[in-house]
Structure formats: C-alpha cells, structure tokens
Design a binder for this molecule. Sequence first.
Ligand SMILES: O=C(O)[C@H]1O[C@H](OP(=O)(O)OP(=O)(O)OC[C@H]2O[C@@H](n3ccc(=O)[nH]c3=O)[C@H](O)[C@@H]2O)[C@H](O)[C@@H](O)[C@@H]1O
Length: 437
Amino acid sequence: MSQMKHIDNTPSTPGKFKMEKSPYNRLRVHSSLAKLTFWSFVFLGAIFVFFYRSPSSSSPVTSDLNRRSLRTNSYGGPAWEKKVRTSAKIRSRNGISVLVTGAAGFVGTHVSAALKRRGDGVLGLDNFNDYYDPSLKRARQALLERTGVYIVEGDINDVALLNKLFDIVPFTHVMHLAAQAGVRYAMENPSSYVHSNVAGLVSLLEVCKSANPQPAIVWASSSSVYGLNTKVPFSEKDRTDQPASLYAATKKAGEEIAHTYNHIYGLSLTGLRFFTVYGPWGRPDMAYFFFSRDILKGKSIPIFEAANHGTVARDFTYIDDIVKGCLGALDTAEKSTGSGGKKKGPAQLRVYNLGNTSPVPVSDLVSILERLLKVKAKRMIMKLPRNGDVQFTHANISLAQRELGYKPTTDLKTGLKKFVQWYLSYYGISFPVFGST
Ligand SMILES: O=C(O)[C@H]1O[C@H](OP(=O)(O)OP(=O)(O)OC[C@H]2O[C@@H](n3ccc(=O)[nH]c3=O)[C@H](O)[C@@H]2O)[C@H](O)[C@@H](O)[C@@H]1O
C-alpha cells in the first residue's frame, strides 16, 4: 500500500519540478490546471450524457440482451477443462463426440441424454436465457449432470469460448439446437431471433469451418419454413420462400447460410425441420404446455380457428421420435471435407422433415388434455391471429424414413399422456388422472 503511494507521488518526468520553480511557469501551470479542470468537467459531462441519455443504451435490443443474460460467464482453468474433457469423452467403440448447443433446452436435453446413454461423448452449451422459466432449464441441467453431461454456460455468439471448446475437444459432431424458438414471440422481440438464429449460427459455423478436424453439423430448422405453402403433405422439394413469421424467416435464412458454408468450406451440414415437438420436459411457451396449466387453473384457453371456421391443425411430433431422427442424422452424417478453413472437396448438404405425418386439429388436442386432466377446458374460440401462425402443417417424411431410418411411432394421445404424467409430477400436482384413458 505504502509502496503504491510512493509510486503515485513520483513525478513521471523530473522536469515538471523544475518548471514549477519559476513564477511565470507557476502561473502557466495554474492556468493550465484551470483549463484541465474545465475540460475534465466537460468530458465527464459528455460521458454522463452518452451513457444515461443515449437512445442505444436504453434501446430494447441492448437492455433485452443484457436482461436475458446472454453473456458468457467466466470459464477456464484446469478444473473447468477437466470437466469439459470428461463430459466429451467417448465411452463406446465407434462412439462420437458431440457438442450439443441448447443442451438445457427441450430437444437438447433429450438428445444429450440419449447420446450419453449409448456411450458417446457429449458436451452441452447453453446461455440459460429467460425466454421461458430458467428454473426448468436448470432442472434439465441437473438431470443431465446426473447422467454425466456437463453444460458450459455461454452464448453461441461467443467465438472465443467456442474456439476454446474446440481447442480442448476435437468434436466429431455438433448438434446445434440453440435457437430463439416460438413463432408468435418474434413480433415482440425480433432482435433476439436475429441474434440467435442468424448471428449465432454464423459464429458457430465460422468456428466449425476453422476447426481441425472440421465437425459434421446437424441443426434444427423448422416446419415453419413452409410458411404459406398449401401443397400437402409438405415435402422437402416444396417451396419455402414464403415465411409467415420472422422466426420462420430466420430458420429459412439458416438453411441458406448452411448452403454457403457447405459450398465454400466443405462443412457437412444437415438441417432438420421439426414439426411441433412436444413431450415431457417440454417448452412452457408451447400451446399443449400452457393449455394444460390453464385448464388445471380453470382459466380460459384461446383456441385459434381459420377463416370460415376453418380448422387449425398441427403435425404434433413426440420427443422420443424426434430424438431418434436426430441420432439417425448424426449417424449418417458424412465427414466435413475441409481443413484449415479451406474446402478440399464436395461435402454433404441435407434437409429432412421430422414430423408425424398425422395432423391433429388444435381442438382435438384440447379434448385429449381434458380427458387426461379430468377437467373441462374453458374454450375461447378466436380467429387465428396474423402474427405468424399458419393454418396447418403436415410432414411428408419419406426422405427421412429412407435415409435416416426415421419412423415415428407415438400418436398424440399416447404422447400427451406421458407429458401430463411428467407435468403433474414435476409441478407436484397430485390427483387421480390416469386409468380412464
Ligand atoms: O413446427 C415448428 O416448426 C414449430 O412448432 C412450434 O410452433 P407451433 O406449431 O406454432 O406450436 P404452438 O405454439 O404450440 O401452437 C400449436 C397450435 O396451437 C395453436 N394455438 C397456439 C396458441 C394459442 O393460444 N392458441 C392456439 O390455438 C397454434 O395456432 C398451433 O396451431 C414451436 O413453437 C416452434 O418453435 C417450432 O419451430
């Protein structure tokens, strides 16, 4: 401390003392001191105005990104690296090592657990943002930790962190599931979709392209890319240039970005178009989830219908079927061909529908929930809002069937029963619900 003081009082140049000895110089020093004080105030004032009045600092974008804790927490150190290595360690013959982004998310948790179960190395990455209740994400994290999967807390836009992870583990695969999901929320917070689904994807692909070896990447696109397409069932060959929401547009952009990185850098890329995935540990922002909550609370639920009382339907797909599709995609993914950021030859570029091939009207979904929950829903029929929803989705899955061995086996009634079972036990709600179905 005293040493510090000594250092602070030492003039940087001896000449300064000499100058002070002349009265003329003293005058000059005083006047420059006054000037210095004046300008310091001006400068501090400017800083104050910039930080407290600047529109950008209080813009919804900045404050939202801060609020949603998208920043990477501290990382590094031998203990942290050991956790990363242990989690990503392959424990079976022919196993793969996978970086799963969005590992604390709904699909991410299930895929990570399935990979770990069969002996693959798995490292999770998640920013734990508060788009929906983060305590559910923490509970999923705890679940994964028990199976030996460690989740690094960080954002996919953090290139330094991603590079560090690739320095520690030569991942053979990336399962990229981190995204801003939800069709309707895109009108409330458009920038979060660009941040995660466009910028985040690019930053991840930048790191993958430079990694040595380059990993093969499987990532989550969405059925929403079919947008206003009316040809059913939706086939991968159908047009996808009429997105009905910004969410859909960012997923479509992702498919085009994937094409670019495949073309320039030889990255092996597989996009999976998920069709309204549901099940235990699901997302509370999705209709089946909050319908269950509100039916139990006796709150009315808005059920959308199209013009002229047209039915709104979804090709609801059960999580276990989706997991099988994801694993099938990882297992059939060919290696990327580039190295050192340079393409060495053509690489695989694929897109698949992962749906259930059996659309169910939303009103039927509610009837199933009523039976499972033994509570009559207060239905509030509403016109389908013009905020991104499409009237129906229906997947043609023959391509995934042929090339990934994908074969969904769970109908909505069976899948919802499993969801409701989980929901009641997770939220500690006990009453006799089962038996009658
Ligand atoms: O398949 C997909 O690609 C998308 O599936 C879901 O989107 P969505 O099908 O709109 O799922 P929900 O928000 O759960 O809505 C399910 C159905 O319920 C309807 N709904 C939703 C909310 C509501 O209040 N009332 C209502 O009738 C919707 O119109 C829709 O037909 C996911 O939220 C997206 O992240 C995903 O990408």
